[in-house]
Write a new protein. Structure first.
Length: 284
């Protein structure tokens, strides 16, 4: 694998940003591999994703630190850096549904993503055997209204102990508290069904069938304190007709959830997502 540095940066727009970034890389002996940028004209914010290969003699972390200082001090940009050698640690949080759980694990095990699943957290025992069959640690902590605070503290301790860098809610049917999100120390990603109109509560696909919907969908987003309203990373829909019953809607919905979540995780692991405010820029 070619050694490379990936920088995601954003800040107030100004003339010459692209030239200055490319110039810094060139002056330090690097070669730009990919570069993409976007200007939010409403907010006057400039976004860029740039990947470059440094000189073989250069240390990746030292050069990335130097670039971060340059971008912050000279361009007034916020910067996030990733290295080609990084292998982020992922933890899955699940309840009983297993379709996203299996899909994500198999993508990692097949080498599709340069990441490592380090364990599974659940409020049920249903997926313990499958998790342990994959060789993954499984932490089962039932959640009640009375135990929620203490359980989340144990979950955070477990995630920190394993050095988790991304938490994926693979159909984890519990609402995370603001205290959990403020202390987990890494991004949390979720997948949920999304219909027009939106159906909340139990059996959303049955509700959709009863209303005769023509589209079903799924949305992957980063989790914030506002339930299911975090920055959206990926979405998709499937057309439905009167011939589709509740079970067919569930089947199509699960396929969509797997596809949308895997796209979102892929983009995140490829360091293609910049979130700001309550939305994202996702570079291709």
């Amino acid at each position: 694998m070619e050694r490379s540095i990936i920088a995601l940066l954003y800040g107030p727009d100004q003339p010459g940003i692209v030239a200055k970034v490319a110039g810094w890389i060139h002056e330090n002996g690097g070669n730009v591999l990919h570069a993409d940028q976007h200007l939010d004209r409403q907010e006057n914010i400039f976004f860029q994703r740039v990947e470059w290969s440094p000189l073989p003699s250069h240390d990746l972390r030292s050069e990335s630190d130097a670039f971060s200082s340059f971008a912050h001090e000279e361009l007034d940009m916020k910067v996030r850096i990733a290295l080609s050698e990084d292998r982020p640690k992922i933890a899955l949080m699940v309840s009983k549904a297993d379709h996203c759980f299996h899909d994500l694990i198999l993508r990692v095990r097949s080498g599709e993503w340069n990441a490592k699943v380090v364990g599974v957290l659940s409020n049920h025992e249903d997926l313990r055997a499958a998790s342990e069959g994959y060789g993954l640690d499984y932490l089962h902590l039932p959640v009640t209204k009375e135990t929620k605070h203490e359980v989340e503290k144990q979950q955070i301790d477990w995630l920190r102990d394993k050095g988790v860098e991304l938490v994926i809610l693979a159909r984890y049917m519990q609402v995370l508290s603001s205290d959990f999100l403020n202390h987990v120390g890494c991004p949390v990603m979720n997948i949920h069904h999304s219909f027009l109109p939106s159906f909340v509560g139990a059996k959303p696909y049955h509700q959709a069938y009863q209303r005769g919907v023509k589209l079903i969908g799924a949305t992957a987003h980063y989790v914030t304190e506002d339930l299911d309203e975090g920055p959206i990373i990926e979405q998709d829909v499937a057309r439905i007709s009167h011939r589709h019953g509740p079970l067919e809607l569930i089947e199509k919905g699960r396929d969509l959830e797997k596809l949308v979540l895997s796209r979102a995780v892929r983009r995140h692991l490829q360091n293609c997502v910049l979130d700001y405010g309550n939305k994202t820029v996702v570079f291709d």
